[in-house]
Write a protein that binds this ligand. Structure first.
Ligand code: ASP
Ligand code: MG
Length: 392
């Protein structure tokens, strides 16, 4: 192999002992490939901790300052890993996102990579260095530091794979691949050998924190070879493939990190007001999953982590509305072609009926059945898993 990109997640680099395991892994892959580029996340729960500390200073810190703050986490990991690799006799150099030429737009906390100037990385590879790049970050036009959104180091890795035309990208983490459900929740969840980009996209979009959704979009577009593997074992792994023809349920994801916001008032809402509300959500970079208008209320779905920001925005700009928030659970059943016939959907409805769970909304795509409910216990999830996943 000529060039590989290796990405290590936060748990894999959490402390010095783990960094040693990572360094060994990097070295073993350096024996196989001429050029090795490593992308790292912040150590352990560093990013969460930094967010917490900022929120102790201000309930809603400026997003630009958050990017400045959060980008430091990855810098710590990259330098430590380089120090270690050098000591072990493998020349290495750490580069921040901006030193690595990663240019983004200016949407702080969820910036998109626009361009990568690979000259510095190439120069360092040319000198025989292992290049360790901080994940999750870049620089905008005005030289401000930006970050790519939680979990964004995966996207840095795949973006570098594309820019460097690397043969392979390994996404290393503490799990040995992609599972049919969250193995922390469902003990009988099984590891998948392969999953298609379309299915993986649905899994990532449904809120499973396995791979950053934007890295899948990019991987699909550029037909990348991506493998999800464990840092701590050579066994297992899941390959993300262009297409798989079999139609079966691959994965079940429960996302309870969502809220529905309702804005209500007595007078009917005019269409101009709907444009206005929607546009102000967009201007504030709120990701709105669904939006609905009734005569006297507007209802939309957002991520729980944005609920304070949205509440403040609405109270400030739309004081005449009464604003209520409700927790929501989204169940996603993923498998290419499973909505071609009604068999899987039938079974899902049966189980919901047995557990007397009220259905709020159902949405079907080519690779997913999505059901919205108010609550769902883990035992019901286990039952769904057992009845819908083959050989489970
Ligand atoms: N450190 C960032 C996060 O925790 C980015 C990443 O790990 O990919 O979200
Ligand atoms: Mg991650």
């Amino acid at each position: 192999m000529n060039t590989v990109v290796l990405k290590f997640g936060g748990t894999s680099v959490a402390d010095n002992i783990k960094l040693n395991v990572v360094a060994e892994k990097v070295i073993s892959l350096k024996e196989e490939a001429k050029n090795v580029v490593v992308v790292v996340s912040a150590q352990g729960k560093t990013t969460n901790q930094l967010i917490k500390e900022a929120q102790e200073l201000s309930a809603i810190p400026e997003e630009r300052e958050m990017d400045m703050l959060l980008s430091t986490g990855e810098q710590v990991t990259a330098s430590k890993l380089s120090i270690l690799l050098n000591r072990m006799g493998y020349p290495a150099i750490s580069l921040t996102g901006w030193q690595a030429g990663i240019k983004t737009n200016s949407i702080y906390t969820s910036a998109k990579i626009e361009q990568i100037n690979i000259s510095r990385i190439e120069e360092e590879l040319g000198k025989g260095n292992i290049v360790v790049v901080t994940g999750f970050q870049g620089l905008d036009e005005k030289q401000n530091i930006t970050t790519l959104g939680r979990g964004g180091s995966d996207t840095t890795a795949v973006a570098l794979q594309v820019a460097l035309k690397a043969d392979k990208c390994y996404i290393f983490s503490d799990v040995d691949g992609i599972y049919s459900a969250d193995p922390n929740m469902i003990t009988m969840a099984k590891r998948l050998d392969e999953i298609s980009f379309d299915e993986m996209q649905e899994v990532a979009d449904s809120g499973a924190r396995v791979l950053h959704n934007r890295c899948i979009q990019m991987g699909k577009k550029f037909e990348c070879d991506i493998v999800s593997k464990s840092t701590f074992s050579d066994e297992g792994g899941t390959k993300i493939c262009p297409k798989i023809e079999t139609s079966e349920v691959k994965s079940i994801v429960k996302n309870d990190k969502l809220v529905t916001i309702q804005m209500e008032r007595e007078e009917p809402i005019k269409k101009e007001e709907v444009y206005d509300v929607y546009q102000s959500l967009l201007q504030n970079n709120i990701i709105v999953e669904t939006f609905q208008k009734a005569k006297c209320y507007l209802q939309f779905r957002i991520k729980k982590e944005e609920q304070n920001k949205v509440q403040e925005l609405l109270e400030k700009n739309y004081p005449i509305y009464e604003i209520t928030q409700k927790d929501l659970v989204k169940l996603s059943i993923v498998g290419y072609g499973i909505t071609q016939d009604s068999q899987v959907l039938h079974e899902v409805i049966n189980i919901l009926k047995e557990y007397q769970i009220e259905i709020l909304n159902v949405n079907l795509t080519q690779a997913k059945i999505e059901v919205l409910v108010n609550k769902m216990e883990d035992n019901m999830l286990a039952e769904l898993h057992q009845r819908l996943i083959k050989n489970s």
